[in-house]
Design a protein around this ligand. Structure first.
Ligand SMILES: Nc1nc2c(ncn2[C@@H]2O[C@H](COP(=O)(O)OP(=O)(O)OP(=O)(O)O)[C@@H](O)[C@H]2O)c(=O)[nH]1
Ligand SMILES: [Mg+2]
Length: 497
């Protein structure tokens, strides 16, 4: 009886399946009647392999499903704000506070960025000196005077307090500039644009630029050295020690260190900068006050250096955080996604696709009332931040997202107010209220609060923090509170608490 029943099923088909004579597929799969034992063994082997592959596909679908569910449950935070508002700096603070091991593992990549930042400031400084020299007639110098010098004396150039010694130092520093362009082209080739070479270093989101930098600047990747497989990585030129040191920012900076210090600490140079209205201290990625350290051959960036390094974000970067054990009271293993966007005007259209799936937005609004946008010098930065804030508050896609406002760059606000810069001059509506940090902060905070209240499609609480994102200690305390708040809100929405 059982033999008879078996013969009616295709091999491997469970009991209860349709009779093979009714099912064309089963019929097609039936072994030939004269199947040899070898053919049968081969067929069984193929069948087992097919079953294994099918099981693997099922498992991978299940895993994708699980990952999708996990991602759906994960907390997603979007960092928004204009260019240079401090979004990437806040992200780095987040990494330092909650995934410090990962943060520190990227130190080598940041070292090159910091060196490029420093060279960028020197380049700007040299441009100002050149402008000053060009602004006066180039006639034969006549009035000798003593100034900064390695030699015993120097000759003052006509019409300026700069001397021929400044000109010589400027010449000696010029290899830094050609090296910067070469380095940017080699290390970040897809982002190299000679038209923009005077601007910040720019990296494309999710391009793996940190890995590229780490590989390209590791000792065995320098020109003239070989990889384990014997292939050259960067340059095909013969690797003389001369070419090696000319391409290596650490070696070139070390060779130029004394000259950089001489220029930067020279009171005449400071006067020229002031005359040309250039405050390098306020520009992003400023490391000129740290030359002695950064230009040292054994320089290793500190955590704060990394947080202060400047790289312009281009596009939208996704950062996954799996909180590390023992970090700031975090629940180990919890998953967060933080999206860091490029903030300049041309990049804002890329923000919208991320709006419908985020629990919280951290909006960076620096209180830089006396600065204008780099991309449009007719627009005041603070005015632009308020415009953006209004857009975010009123956007229906964000109606359910928690908004957290960071009034950032409080240190710069304080310095500006201490220097006596009047808020009323730039923001007439401020009137004649006291020009101090307390009143100014309260005034702008209330402005942001009122717009949120007026424009939000549904009521939501106003969360606001005063931050200086380069102060890692203070910022980590704020971020712990923010993380708790977002988590609580998220759990409430999911009805877990
Ligand atoms: N003094 C001071 N500098 C800050 C502060 N926050 C950020 N910066 C600096 O401002 C510069 C710009 O910061 P980023 O975080 O790169 O700005 P971003 O918003 O990511 O800019 P984009 O990527 O161009 O959109 C960097 O050099 C930071 O070190 C702050 O609170 N105080
Ligand atoms: Mg950025």
């Amino acid at each position: 009886m059982s033999t008879k029943f078996k013969s009616k099923r295709a091999p491997g088909m469970p009991v209860g399946y349709k009779d093979v004579h009714d099912d064309p597929l089963s019929q097609a799969l039936m072994p030939p009647e004269d199947e040899s034992p070898e053919d049968r063994a081969l067929r069984m082997e193929k069948q087992q392999e097919a079953t294994r592959i099918s099981r693997e596909i099922d498992e991978s679908i299940q895993e994708s499903k699980k990952a999708y569910e996990k991602r759906k449950k994960a907390i997603k935070v979007l960092l928004l704000g204009q260019a240079e508002s401090g979004k990437s700096t806040t992200l780095k603070n987040f990494q330092l506070a909650f995934t410090p091991n990962h943060f520190r593992s990227e130190r080598a990549a940041w070292k090159t960025i910091i060196q490029l930042n420093l060279i960028g400031s020197i380049k700007k400084l040299l441009e100002v000196l050149q402008d000053e020299m060009d602004s006066v007639p180039q006639i034969k110098p006549s009035t000798p005077s003593i100034s900064v010098s390695r030699s015993s004396s120097s000759i003052r150039l006509p019409g300026t307090n700069l001397t021929d010694n400044h000109r010589r130092i400027r010449m000696r520093l010029s290899p830094l500039i050609s090296m910067e362009a070469a380095l940017a082209r080699k290390l970040l080739p897809e982002n190299f644009d000679p038209e923009r070479s005077s601007r910040d270093i720019c990296v494309r989101a999710n391009s793996g630029w940190k890995t590229t930098l780490e590989r390209a600047t590791s000792p065995d990747a320098r020109p003239g050295s070989s990889t384990k497989s014997g292939a050259r990585r960067i340059s095909s030129r013969p690797g003389t020690s001369d070419t090696r040191s000319r391409d290596d920012p650490t070696a070139v900076l070390a060779a130029c260190k004394d000259d950089i210090l001489l220029l930067w600490e020279d009171p005449i140079v400071k006067d020229v900068l002031q005359k040309h209205n250039v405050r390098l201290e306020d520009s992003p990625g400023f490391f000129l006050n740290d030359v002695a350290r950064v230009a040292d051959p054994n320089y290793e960036p500190t955590d704060v250096d990394i947080v202060r390094a400047r790289v312009r974000t281009f596009g939208v970067e996704e950062h996954k955080f799996v909180l590390e054990n023992g970090t700031m009271g975090a629940t180990p293993g919890s998953e967060w996604y933080i999206y860091d966007v490029g903030g300049s005007r041309s990049m804002r259209q890329h923000w919208v696709p991320y709006f419908d799936d985020v629990q919280a937005i951290i909006f960076l609004a620096p209180l830089t009332f006396n600065q204008v946008l780099e991309e449009d010098s007719r627009v005041n930065r603070l005015e632009d931040s308020i415009y953006l804030w209004k857009e975010v508050c009123s956007n229906p896609l964000l109606a359910r997202s928690t908004l957290i406002l960071f009034l950032n760059k409080m240190d710069i606000l304080e310095a500006n107010l201490n220097a006596g810069i009047s808020v009323q001059k730039y923001v007439p509506s401020y009137g004649d209220a006291p020009n101090d940090i307390e009143h100014v902060t309260r005034y702008f905070k209330e402005k942001f609060r009122a717009y949120q209240k007026r424009l939000s499609p549904r009521q939501r609480p106003f969360f606001c923090h005063e931050t200086s994102a380069i102060d890692t200690h203070a910022t980590s305390a704020i971020l712990i509170g923010v993380r708790e708040g977002i988590l609580r809100g998220h759990l409430q929405k999911m009805n877990v608490i």
